[in-house]
Every structure is written in C-alpha cells, then in structure tokens.
Design a protein around this ligand. Structure first.
Ligand code: NAP
Ligand code: MN
Length: 266
C-alpha cells in the first residue's frame, strides 16, 4: 500500500511526519506523494483542507486521516501519543472508510469564458471586491431573494462547524448529504429584505447566485481565495464526489462537537 504525509510545516508536525514515515516504511508500505492510497495529515484541520485540495483529483482512490499537533480538530482527531497504534492500524489493512459529502461550485462567465468547477470540503464564500455584495439568489431555478450584505457562505455538513457556525448556521451531521446557505450581515429594512435564517438544501437542489450590478467577486474554497471577474452566475450543489476518511476507532461526530466546543474533559 502507498502512503503520503502532509505536514503543517511547524517543527512538531515535521518531527512527527519523519517518525510516521519511518514506521510505515518499516511495515513495507511505500511512500508515494503522487498516487497515495492513504494520506496522513499532520497538523490541524487547515492541514487536512490543504491535503484534500492537493489530492482532490483522486478522491475515489484516496483515504484521509488527520493527526493534530495542536488542539483537537474536526478532521484531525488523532493525538501524537496514539501514533504507534495508528501506524499499526494503517499497516494492517483493510480499514473501514467513512464518506462525507462535498460541495460543488460551478462559476460561469459573461464573456463566454470556459466555466470552472471546484470542490470544497468546508465551504465556499462569495464577497464583493468593494462595498456591499448584491446577488439574486435562486433555488431550483426560482428567484428566492435579492441579497445585499457582506457576503454569502455555502457549507458542507462537515464544514458546518467552521465559518458557517460563526455566522449562526446550524451544525449538520455529515450523514446528511446537504448544503447550507448562511448570510453575512444582510441589510434588512423596509426596502431590502432577505430571509435572515440559514437555509439547508438537500441533494440535487441547486442554489444559484446571479450578480445584479457588479460582476467581480472574491470566491473562497476552504482556505483558498480567488478573484473572479465578469461572473454570470455561481452555482452550488451537493457534489457527486465524496471525501473518504480512514476510520480506525469510533469517534462520533457529536462527541467531536462536544469535545471541541463544550469541554474536552470527557
Ligand atoms: P484558519 O484561520 O487557521 O482557520 C480558522 C479555524 O477554523 C482554525 O481554528 C481551524 O482549525 C478551524 N477549522 C477548519 N475547519 C474546521 C471545521 N470543519 N470545523 C471546525 N473548525 C474548523 O485557516 P485554515 O486552517 O486554513 O482553515 C480555513 C477555514 O477557516 C475555512 O474553511 C473557514 O471555515 C474557516 N474560517 C472561519 C472564519 C470564522 O470563523 N469567522 C473566518 C474565515 C475562515 P485548525 O486550527 O486546526 O486549522
Ligand atoms: Mn489553521
């Protein structure tokens, strides 16, 4: 079996990376950065987001596992002291795999430029370059509202505990294939009106944002931000692809939520 390791790059993560690499090679596993069967992310949730995007073209052939060298994470839920146990579990395949839903983002351009398709593990956000973002929001082809405000955030269930949570969105269990739209500071008065609540859309429902009077935007995909000019529409839905996590012990999602946000006293 082939493996790769993505490190956060700080000394603690780099030291652990060396250790895991040596251990796994002792078990006759092959280090292969291009075509790994399993990717071990060592650092934090941000490190796993980076690893996800690096290997997003071969999600069906790759399983991810996250080790945290800082605080407990949602994707990085193994501690360095468990590393020997983890290495043995990885080496004696087959292991269980759990799949989480992803967000598909398709950006189309007014100038006839080629449409772009992206995947996000946490979320995609849209903000204007200057001033208020103004977007018509369509759900399944029907006009829903005209949004004016700081921006919009569309998240996955596993990303619902990240930016989405800070925006007052709900935490969604990753067994529900869905996407969530959350507002960033919408303008609401007698003239301008948005629904105000986060919306949760099921599989196959498309959400489309259409510019009204300004066509350039900052679009984020997890930790990445890209400026898009001359945008005609931005479409979101649950992706057909899924992310696969190697599962070696039970660590229920609600327990991760508890341990991250309430207390890790157990
Ligand atoms: P970062 O600024 O280090 O990330 C912000 C925090 O979000 C970090 O503590 C990170 O954990 C944590 N995080 C990432 N994914 C999470 C998840 N699924 N559930 C709960 N917490 C999560 O930047 P980054 O590490 O590159 O992460 C990018 C993410 O930051 C974006 O996808 C977005 O969700 C989040 N973000 C949040 C806000 C906000 O809450 N206001 C604003 C912008 C971006 P680690 O420290 O373990 O990496
Ligand atoms: Mn981070």
């Amino acid at each position: 079996m082939k493996f790769a390791i993505t490190s956060k790059g700080n000394p603690a993560s780099n030291a652990l990376t060396q250790k895991v690499r040596t251990y796994l090679q002792d078990f006759e596993m092959i280090y292969d950065e291009s075509n790994p069967d399993i990717v071990i992310s060592i650092g934090g949730d941000g490190t796993l987001l980076y690893a996800f995007h690096r290997y997003s073209s071969r999600l069906d052939k790759t399983a991810f596992v996250g080790v945290h060298t800082g605080h407990l994470g949602f994707y990085a839920d193994w501690v360095p002291s468990e590393i020997e146990k983890l290495v043995i579990a990885i080496a004696k395949t087959p292991y269980q795999v759990v799949e989480y839903p992803l967000l598909e983002v398709v950006i189309r351009y007014r100038n006839g430029g080629k449409e772009m398709r992206y995947l996000a593990l946490n979320e995609s956000t849209v903000k204007g370059l200057v001033g208020t973002l103004v977007m018509d929001v369509e759900i399944r082809g029907d006009h829903f509202e005209r949004f004016r405000g700081d921006g919009l955030c569309v998240s996955t269930p596993s990303g619902s505990t990240a930016y989405n949570k800070a925006l007052g969105g709900a935490i969604i269990h990753p067994s529900l294939p869905s996407i969530q739209l959350a507002e960033m500071a919408s303008i609401n008065n007698r003239v301008f009106r948005t629904v105000g609540s986060p919306l949760i859309l099921p599989e196959h429902h498309t959400l489309v944002l259409k510019p009204v009077n300004s066509f350039d935007f900052h679009v984020t995909l997890d930790h990445l931000t890209v400026m898009h000019r001359d945008v005609k529409s931005i479409q979101f839905k649950v992706a057909k692809e899924k992310v696969r996590f190697a599962r070696f012990r039970p660590f229920p999602f609600w327990k991760r939520v508890h341990d991250s946000f309430i207390s890790d006293g157990r």
